[in-house]
Design a protein around this ligand. Sequence first.
Ligand code: SF4
Length: 317
Amino acid sequence: MWREQDVKELSTEEVKRGLDILRELGVVEIVFSGGNPLLREDIGEILDYASRFFITTVYDNGSLAAEKIDALRTVDFVAISLDSLDSRKNDYLKGVKGSWKKAMQTIEKLHANGIRVGVSPIISQFNLYEMVDFTNYFLEKGIPVWYCLYSYDPSNDPNQLFKIGRKNDEFLITDNRAMVELCDTLMDIERKNSNVLITTKTLEAVKNLYLNGNRIWKCRALKNFFIIDHLGRVAGCHLNPPAASIFDLPDVWESEEFNALRRIYGECSKCIYLCYIVYSIHGSVVGNLEIAKEKWRSAKLFLRNKPLRPLSLVKQR
Ligand code: SF4
């Protein structure tokens, strides 16, 4: 990613202006992902500004967060991506020797410094059978766990904002039965431990997918969620081309053009990226109430320092 850094990246002031627009639109949660957002020198200022108004999560692969603790003090969650308790497996998955050790040290350091850190594995065939042990290991340390699901990027559209995941048969989940069992086990654990940050409804949806291939949700891209890249381009998801600039968002949000895209995305079943599934399932008022009810202790943690604006008051369109 650092090789692809674009000199036209939004300035600090432009990012803040964009955040103001999102706030006006009623957005409640922002996830800063990458590449690695911590590569920006002004990231502390951006996160400080964003955290005043939004539930704010930052993703890091464990390589930078420990050196940026001051920049992370205001965010609600720092998600460290880690895929295995086995250092060799993890380093193989990440493609960088020593990445497991660095990520584990980062998690410990952030935790010790009072940063709200969690661990975020990508569930794939490669680590499927160790996911329960992995989850229990971090829960015992009081560290939250939430999950991604291996999905590769089939798009060759040169206009898409960025790519996530390459096709690799080694990672494609082939043992559907084990995946179904994992969903059942995580549902059991999740009922007892609010540090498993995935909801029963999401686990039910994933279970159904692997049990009988049914998608029991409709994609709500450009409605419940959207993505913005470093140039300020907005798209429903990273597999679709940009639909607007963030600075034009207030003008186009209610447009027929956007509604037409929402109808197309609502029928789409091209991907199984777990974050998109979660936001599709839980983006409505009812969905937010479900999260608040199921994850109340975590929700309180999220809402600390925020204006008193419950999740259920998310502006829906
Ligand atoms: S299912 Fe939704 S998130 Fe996935 S590619 Fe289609 S529109 Fe994008």
